[in-house]
Write a protein that binds this ligand. Structure first.
Ligand code: ZN
Length: 163
């Protein structure tokens, strides 16, 4: 993704829905999301679609799967034996765990259980899902020089310190 030259910091509330209208996630009742444009702090497909928004705007943004969490890759789905899994106790459909002990090992989801055979999906849970964000923009301001150097936002007012 190309970074805009006059980058902004944007703070927004959102509700994320799948194509059936089911709410997948929302910031309502919590902290808004604050990000620096083009810094990879939110998914690219949303970042580029919010470039024209202004503070106070309420908008609906549709992000196709390919520009959100990617398409679902069937090669990331595989069948393993239950005893190979690092899970104690009962295994449930939809359960997620890290496949391996490395930091950054993929999170896999149990998508089928057939006796000793367990089918795991290493795709992101939202892979292949077209996303609709209802967005309310709270703040849209020019990024500070320090934020651009750091590559992230320092809070909605630009005064938050980072570590
Ligand atoms: Zn910083």
């Amino acid at each position: 993704m190309t970074s805009p030259t006059n980058r902004r910091v944007v703070s927004f509330h959102y509700t994320l829905r799948d194509p059936s209208g089911r709410v997948l996630d929302t910031s309502a009742g919590g902290e808004p999301i604050t990000y620096l444009e083009g810094a990879g702090q939110i998914i690219d497909g949303l970042d580029v679609r919010l470039r024209e928004t202004v503070a106070g705007a309420k908008t609906r943004v549709q992000v196709p799967a390919a520009e959100a969490y990617g398409m679902h890759d069937p090669n990331q789905v595989r069948k393993v034996k239950r005893k190979q899994l690092p899970v104690d106790g009962e295994l449930k459909l939809g359960e997620q765990f890290q496949a391996g002990s490395d930091r950054g090992a993929p999170i896999v989801t149990v998508v089928a259980i057939d006796g000793d055979d367990v089918t795991l999906d290493a795709n992101h849970p939202l892979a292949g899902v077209d996303l609709t964000f209802e967005v309310e923009v709270l703040v849209a301001r020019a990024a500070t020089t320090e934020e651009m150097e750091h590559g992230h936002a320092h809070g909605a007012d630009g005064r938050e310190h980072c570590h």
